[in-house]
Ligand binder design. Structure first.
Ligand code: ADP
Ligand code: MG
Length: 334
């Protein structure tokens, strides 16, 4: 897994399909998602609550619930190797050494009855090369300093930290194994707006310092603007638009993406869960036949409701899944 294969993307998700069984109904959470991520770069995965973002991250790590969740199609290739086909034992190696995940709520990731420093040192100790002279406790103190917490606080318990500090500890734990890929699932959503910006800056700096690739999950275009290289917009379990940050910000082409731009939160207000687009996402147990956004879309025509809308791609790789892309762009850029 460590040798670099330059001919394939570092992470490549192909046609991923994930379903949950809930009350005897099938929840179509992820419906044929394809994504690519190169080494050392950050991909923003953006969409409203319920779009399937966390399900994708958990599918990569294969930590979906054993009962009631099923990956029914697709591949998750890391350096060309399909993680979905690996024996669990090999997957455990990858979870510890290659890929780390930061969850939305720092409390669920920390053990309330263990000193924070020990929680970092434990991960360090697990990942020492045989014969290494690194002292896990010293390294844990260094990691605390790296995330902006004085090393003496090694001995404190999680409840002695604020929300932002706890998330810094979580980040230190996630980076302690020196992962090549960080899955950051709304890492700042549970934090105060002012602390959010600091934690995001920290993640951005560390990512560069450690050259870690990152899948950054968010519902916030402001966060994307600050941190990401490429962006995938997800709606009802389908990627509706994909491109570089410049392509998405300068030439947004899907009506849903344009709606999301209206949702950049005002930093002076507390309300960050804006719903700028009229209506609600479709019921995932009963998705519309064609474009899942069509019931909310002012451009929608009969064509959109017929069947799966194909992806169009510009020569420079900007992808969009919309029958009315040209019209949408023209109107936007007029
Ligand atoms: N354990 C579960 N059982 C049943 N449905 C689930 C489960 N987890 C998530 N879902 C459903 O799957 C869809 C995608 O959820 P999720 O991946 O958490 O979205 P996001 O992270 O974008 O908010 C939603 O409709 C959600 O209700
Ligand atoms: Mg989520």
């Amino acid at each position: 897994m460590s040798e670099v294969n330059r001919n394939v993307p570092y992470l490549s998700i192909k046609d991923l399909v994930v379903e949950y069984m809930s009350d005897g109904q099938v929840v179509h959470a992820v419906n044929g998602v394809s994504l690519k991520l190169d080494r050392g770069t950050t991909l923003g995965l953006v969409g409203e609550t319920g779009a399937g973002k966390t399900t994708i991250a958990k599918s990569i790590l294969r930590i979906l619930p054993d009962v009631g969740a099923k990956i029914t199609g697709g591949k998750v290739e890391l350096d060309g190797k399909d993680l979905l086909q690996l024996p669990e034992r090999e997957m455990q190696q990858i979870r510890g050494n290659e890929i780390s995940m930061i969850f939305q709520d720092p409390m669920t990731a920390l053990n309330p009855v263990q000193r924070v420093g020990d929680q970092i040192a434990e991960v360090v100790a697990l990942h020492l090369e045989p014969g290494s002279k690194t002292n896990p406790m010293e390294r844990a103190k260094e990691m605390l300093e790296i995330v902006g917490i004085p090393g003496e606080r090694y001995y404190d318990y999680p409840h002695q930290f604020s929300g932002g500090m706890k998330q810094r500890v979580v980040i230190a734990i996630a980076l302690a194994c020196n992962p090549n890929l960080l899955l950051a699932d709304e890492p700042t959503t549970a934090l105060d707006v002012t602390i959010q910006a600091q934690v995001l800056d920290l993640i951005g700096d560390l990512r560069k310092q450690f050259n870690t690739a990152m899948l950054l999950i968010t519902h916030d275009m402001g966060v994307v603007a600050q941190v990401c290289d490429t962006v995938a917009i997800i709606y009802a379990g389908s990627i509706v638009e994909y491109g570089t940050k410049e392509q998405i910000f300068d030439h947004p082409s899907h009506p849903y993406t344009i709606g999301l731009f209206g949702a950049i939160p005002d930093m002076n207000e507390d309300e960050i869960w804006l719903h700028p687009i009229e209506g609600l996402p479709p019921d995932p147990t009963n998705l519309p036949k064609g474009c899942p956004f069509s019931p909310r879309c002012k451009y929608a025509t009969e064509e959109c409701r017929q069947g799966v809308v194909p992806v169009s791609e510009t020569p420079d790789g900007h992808q969009c899944r919309c029958c009315h892309m040209e019209e949408v762009r023209k109107e936007r850029e007029a």
